[in-house]
Design a protein around this ligand. Structure first.
Ligand code: FHN
Length: 426
């Protein structure tokens, strides 16, 4: 179950993902020095990101030559992630702009050829693993820098989402695929156990052009037990709703990825931060529907995290240290009509998450009332009084379904979200 904020499950079949609950997404590259949103400014900003700037490709790529994040401290980031309750972390090893954050032998447009020189992907993977946090690699299929992709230039403007840039001649595309497959082979061979590959940018080509099933076979041979998201066309183990919590959960594994403000990478002009409490509520909503929240952070040009993001990780972490067992290692609990809010469960214990302060009591419907042994406020462990009610006729049955009404004194209420733990006879 939960051992110092780590969900302990010894599987290699990827089922760890089913109950992970919370992950950390890290969007970062050399252009964070310029405070530019990652990649999209070089194609004109794109319609999906309101704070994305508009610069020439030359301007965007220019900061690769000066990238030197001296404040980058992978072990410190991993410790902060651990204290927040993060179970897996996903780093942008290469985003659409084509800059590689590891020592790839297949391109010199990489961290190795910067003043910094150190292998950021290796430091990230080693540091997260040292904290017991699973490792995920984000990899963009489209590459707006590689000459064989072909590289995106001003002539390609305006960028129109869904209107793929023109395919290059076959032999040029074959050489691009050789490059791409080679890079993924490096990442899945030289960096230890990788739990997740988080593809993106696949919308610019068809599955047959990416040769998706061939790629999938290669990846699973290199990393048995690997989880692949749903953004390599026609391949994928789980769904990735972006920037929202699906009203009805997908039928299979899923994960909502979400920014803390409105930008994926560091953008000093984007002050549209979500409140720390709303991030806690989103974590409850997502886990209550059986998904994981992949919460994004955006290191700055020097590698440190913006204070607004450290503050939000510490705030979420403080709540998780009080109520972690209700969101980490759990599965979806009661249906929303049963108490009008998120609910999770683990074994014979069901959690109801109060995202609004109750007047004096909370009623939970549609439960086997005689099976309810105890109700406690999770963070304090305080036992709460409750009454049972069934229909007159049902009440004569051996194991009637009905409702319990729990008295919730105001002094047990949590600042962000109060969790009530209902223990059923097991
Ligand atoms: O274009 C990317 C964007 O920059 C960011 O990486 C998000 C994260 O899920 N995915 C794409 C937009 O859907």
């Amino acid at each position: 179950m939960l051992d110092d904020l780590t969900v302990t499950s010894s599987d290699s079949t990827g089922t760890w993902f089913d109950t992970a609950g919370l992950g950390m997404f890290i969007h970062w590259d050399h252009a964070s020095q310029q405070g530019l949103e990652i990649s999209w400014p070089l194609v004109g900003g794109g319609d999906i990101l309101e704070h994305a700037q508009d610069v020439t490709p030359e301007q965007y790529h220019s900061s690769a030559a000066t990238f030197d994040p001296q404040a980058w401290d992978a072990p410190a980031l991993a410790r902060l992630a651990k204290q927040t309750g993060v179970q897996y972390a996903v780093l942008t090893t290469k985003h659409h702009n084509g800059f590689s954050m590891w020592h790839t032998k297949l391109s010199d447009h990489s961290i190795e050829h910067t003043p910094f020189g150190r292998d950021i992907v290796r430091e990230f993977a080693d540091a997260m693993r040292a904290e017991g946090i699973r490792v995920g690699f984000y990899y963009s299929l489209c590459d707006w820098h590689h000459p064989d992709y072909p590289a995106f230039t001003m002539e390609h403007r305006p960028y129109q989402l869904g209107v793929s840039p023109p395919m290059p001649p076959d032999e040029q595309w074959a050489s691009f695929l050789e490059f791409m497959y080679g890079q993924l082979r490096e990442l899945l061979t030289d960096y230890g156990k990788v739990d997740v590959v988080w593809f993106d940018g696949g919308w610019e080509r068809r599955a047959s052009q990416w040769r998706s099933s061939e790629l999938e076979t290669m990846l699973r041979e290199l990393q048995p037990g690997l989880l692949i998201n749903d953004r390599l066309p026609r391949v994928g183990d789980y769904e990735t709703p972006e920037q929202f919590v699906p009203p009805t959960p997908p039928a299979r594994k899923w994960e909502t990825c979400m920014t803390m403000n409105e930008s994926w990478s560091y953008n000093p002009d984007d002050h549209d931060y979500k409140s720390p409490r709303s991030l806690v509520h989103t974590l409850c909503e997502v886990t209550g529907r059986g998904g994981n929240l992949l919460l994004n952070v955006s290191p700055r040009g020097d590698g440190s995290l913006p204070p607004e993001q450290v503050e939000r990780l510490e705030h979420v972490g403080a709540w998780v240290r009080r109520n972690g067992e209700a969101v980490l290692g759990t599965e979806a609990g009661l249906a929303s009509w049963q108490h009008y809010g998120p609910s999770t469960k683990h074994g014979a214990r069901t959690y109801v998450h109060l995202l609004a302060k109750p007047y004096e009591s909370v009623t939970v419907r549609g439960v086997k009332v005689k099976q309810v042994e105890r109700v406690t406020e999770l963070a304090s462990g305080r036992e709460l009084a409750f009454t049972r009610r069934t229909g007159i006729i049902e009440g004569f049955g051996p194991d009637p379904e009905g409702e319990i009404t729990i008295t919730v004194p105001s002094d047990v209420l949590d600042d962000d979200a109060t969790v009530l733990a209902i223990d059923f006879r097991s």
